[in-house]
Design a protein around this ligand. Sequence first.
Ligand SMILES: [Zn+2]
Ligand SMILES: [Zn+2]
Ligand SMILES: [Zn+2]
Ligand SMILES: [Zn+2]
Ligand SMILES: [Zn+2]
Length: 449
Amino acid sequence: MSSNVSFKTDDGGGESSKTTIIGPLNFAKDTTPEPPTSLVNERAVPCMFCSNVYDFHSSDNGSDQYLAHLYLIHRLVVADVKEIACLPSYCYYWKEKFTNESVDKYCSAMLLNQLPDGSTSSKSEKYFLLSDIEPLDYELRQRLRREKLELVLTRHQFERTDRNFYRGCLYCRDYRSETRPEYVSHLYTKHFLLLGKPEHLVFVDELIDIVQEKLNQLLCLFCEKLFKDRPTLKEHMRKKGHKRINPDNHYYDRFFLVNYRLKQKPEYVPIAKRKEESRVFASDSDTDSDWSDWNGEEQTTTCLFCSHAETNIDRLKQHMVEEHKFSFAQTVHNMSFYQRVKVVNFIRRQMHIRKCIACGEQYNDYESLCKHLEEANHFLLDKESSAWDRPEYFFPTYEDDQFLCHLEEVENERDDDISQEEGSVVISESVNATINLDAESLSLESFKL
Ligand SMILES: [Zn+2]
Ligand SMILES: [Zn+2]
Ligand SMILES: [Zn+2]
Ligand SMILES: [Zn+2]
Ligand SMILES: [Zn+2]
């Protein structure tokens, strides 16, 4: 990555130099000794590259608009954005970096023959991926997660012992409790309303506000159906055993301490080592060969799930069926070329970071992951969630992933008519793949707007 691409800023970026290195962590700042009651992030977040500012608290998804803007205008995709503990701080940090340094230095780049809006009339458009493959990004994400956990634990400790919590019961008029644990226990023991074990909950005030609001709106907490009046709702919740919050609604995740647990990430593999690793994966002997001189025929391709490699892609696919009960052909049936690219990169990445490709469960090592994949029969893509269908998976996990060079052959097996027009797409600097251009759009659909 030698070319020096820098983005135009709308106004010369004169103001950004004042930003602090990491930006505030942005929990509500409170001058009272009471820890913040909720994870309130700073409202206004400036674009990493230009003077646009987004309101992350706006009702129309300011952060999604921010991410869409990064992609549409600056061609940058942030990987695993949902897992970033404090997105505003993350954005501030990178804005500061990009003020003085080129995007190429920290991002993976990729050339695609299409514009961000999906139109395919142009050639070799450059896109960037910002991910934890970059050591600074990895450190930043870890640090934000740690700091967030510390704040949550402080708040949790406070809520366990604070004796100034005077709040009337949701049901009975006269009951008042001094502490949050007592209050939550009262709801359960007297009214059979189960929010969670008091010691597992955090931001209890806000949780109770939400529960109260739902009940006022005559919504069942568990199935979230709407009822015509309070007695009918009460009867429904009692009869159906719906006196608890919907465990499938991720909106409640932040009230459970367990969700802030620092996930045990696999040890970080520096990029140089990743290259080495992928080199070992790709070819067994000719280590001195230059990347530019390979041709598809002689190259070996490595299995998506183990280190087994074959020069013949069909034999490799056979191996995956026999050893891992995974049929690549079935998995990507009816998928466009770009979707196939995403599926391969997704599986590679999940395997690399030791996460199940079906349920996303994290494992500490390769052996435990494999054990799970076999036992749970999870050598398959989750059809429901399209975890793989995100723009970041346009970018290869391994720089020289030969698997990506064989996707077109698969596509030719499809009998529906496909455009014969060919275009060259450079996936990262070293992987060339010739592709058909009936591309799905890399696009707006990826962002919930
Ligand atoms: Zn911008
Ligand atoms: Zn009560
Ligand atoms: Zn219900
Ligand atoms: Zn294998
Ligand atoms: Zn699984």
